[in-house]
Design a protein around this ligand. Structure first.
Ligand code: CTP
Length: 484
């Protein structure tokens, strides 16, 4: 089999062949590395399967490198791996993983695999898809020979995801494979073989035995693909989405009353996700697209004479974000807060596309969005999914106007990273009071007055304004603090 390898990879394979020869172990490169080389995708890890002791082999290969890379190993699983530099200039490395050939099966209700040593054939039988079961020999007698018992090469050519064994058998070994099938179909632009897909539909419930971390890793890989909608559509149609992310399937469907319907918010969301994927690889901005309308099912109402409304869905949706992140075991940090903020603000720019928008409305958006203003504008533009080309053009032109106004006002007022000139600490110090509602009220009044343009954005103007408002609240500056 001819595949194009770098000098680093060729040297590695020579060294593996040499060490395996000495140890009298049979050895093969297998799985994703072979698949990706054949279809010309970049590879960052190489799985080496060895009929024999994989840990011993890994150490013997590592010892042929100077300096010798550190070998990490897991005795219980009989696996070991080390990293070698791929590109000295940018620090890229190749992760080389050694595993013993095995027969493996998961007990029906358990996540713990039983690992039993086996032949190469056994090992290929227990792999997830024909395209991931291709092996290339690294043995002296047939070095470079492709061993492809399931016609994986043809499936690669015909762009097909197909299990090597009867699909239910392969999926019962590790139900995560149902998600992996959909993930590979999305990443590679392949079709899932109908029989394999039917088995996913039939076995979907078994995904419940898989840990949330592994599930979410697959979801994130689908989101990171070029056209993530492909994966979500398959997740939906297979019944998996209903189990792993039911809040998203709640968006599906269109209801009609008196002949008036609303759009299917699930497919709308997928369109927004694809739209944003054209412009950014940022996983969290893509998550914001997925969740932007998540509050719609909970706020949906039919108002006679008016039609369907989703009032406040951005607020309800924003509140749902932390719960969803928590349940999917996504990070509960600034990434979550970023997504929440975008969901909460996603209707704001559109309200600024009308004529005669005041500077204060623009200032307010700049203040609320802060650093996230560019991401927010990107989300809003992705949110235009009308089929009417004229309409899309008009909306985009309106957003262009909003962008211009944002730039104009930002240049003039520098609101984006702005903090009001008087802080809560200053207020407590000036009036000699502790943390209380009055402090918050005064702070808000000052901020609002500046954003509304009632007073100038300066310390002096804010100070005078504060004294005036404080007098009405029966607050007096502590002696000696006045005019500080
Ligand atoms: N594999 C499997 N079943 C799983 C996970 C992995 O059979 N549930 C096998 C496949 O042969 C796969 C190999 O182990 O090719 C390596 O797995 P992994 O690194 O997760 O996937 P890759 O195919 O390398 O693809 P990617 O790196 O894109 O995840």
């Amino acid at each position: 089999m001819y595949i194009s390898c770098s000098d680093t990879e060729l040297l590695l394979f020579d060294r593996i062949a040499e060490a395996a020869g000495r140890l009298e172990a049979e050895v093969f490169v297998i799985g994703g590395f072979v698949r990706d080389k054949i279809i010309g995708r970049p590879t960052r890890d190489a799985d080496i399967v060895c009929v024999g002791n994989a840990i011993e082999l890994a150490n013997a290969v590592a010892a042929l490198y100077h300096p010798k890379p550190a070998v990490a190993f897991f005795k219980n699983f009989g696996t070991a791996h080390f990293k070698i530099p791929l590109n000295a200039n940018n620090g890229e490395v190749l992760d080389v993983e050694f595993v013993g050939a095995r027969k493996e099966s998961y007990r029906a209700s358990s996540r713990k695999p039983e690992v039993v040593p086996g032949t190469l054939e056994d090992d290929q039988n227990r792999r997830d898809f024909t395209i991931n079961a291709l092996a290339i020999s690294l043995n002296k007698n047939n070095y470079g020979q492709l061993i492809d018992p399931f016609d994986g090469l043809r499936d690669l050519e015909e762009k097909r995801i197909h299990t090597p064994l009867e699909p239910l058998t392969t999926f019962s070994d590790d139900p995560l494979r149902m998600l992996r099938a959909i993930r590979f179909a999305t990443q590679l632009g392949f079709q899932i073989d109908p029989q394999t897909f039917q088995a996913i539909v039939a076995d979907a419930e078994r995904i419940r035995i898989i840990s949330q971390e592994r599930i979410t890793e697959e979801i994130n890989k689908i989101i990171a693909a070029e056209k993530p909608s492909v994966g979500f559509d398959l997740l939906y149609k297979s019944g998996l989405l209903e189990i792993i992310f039911p809040k998203m399937t709640d968006l599906a469907g269109a209801e009609y009353i008196d002949g008036l319907g609303h759009k299917d918010n699930f497919y709308h969301t997928l369109q927004v996700l694809d739209n944003i994927a054209v412009h950014t690889n940022d996983l969290w901005l893509r998550w914001a697209a997925i969740l932007h309308d998540i509050g719609k099912p909970a706020t949906k109402k039919f108002e006679a004479g008016h039609g369907w409304t989703f009032h406040g869905h951005e607020v309800v949706g924003g509140r749902m974000v932390p719960k969803i992140f928590d349940s999917l075991k996504l990070p509960m940090n600034d990434k979550m807060r970023f997504v929440r903020k975008l969901v909460e603000l996603h209707l704001r720019p559109i309200s600024l596309t009308k004529e005669n928008i005041t500077d204060s409305a623009i200032r307010r958006l700049l203040f609320d969005a802060g650093e996230e203003i560019d991401s927010l504008m990107m989300l809003c533009e992705a949110d235009i999914t009308s089929k009417n080309k004229q309409k899309v053009k008009r909306y985009l032109e309106n957003f262009e106007m909003v962008r211009e106004r944002l730039l104009e006002v930002e240049e003039k007022d520098r609101i984006r990273n702005w903090q009001p000139p008087i802080t809560g600490e200053m207020i407590m110090d000036i009036f000699g009071i502790g943390p209380s509602k009055k402090v918050g009220d005064l702070k808000n009044l000052i901020r609002e007055a500046i954003l509304e343009g009632e007073i100038e954005n300066s310390f002096d103007a804010a100070y005078r304004f504060m004294l005036d408002k404080a007098a009405g609240m029966n607050l007096k500056p502590v002696e000696g603090k006045l005019g500080d």
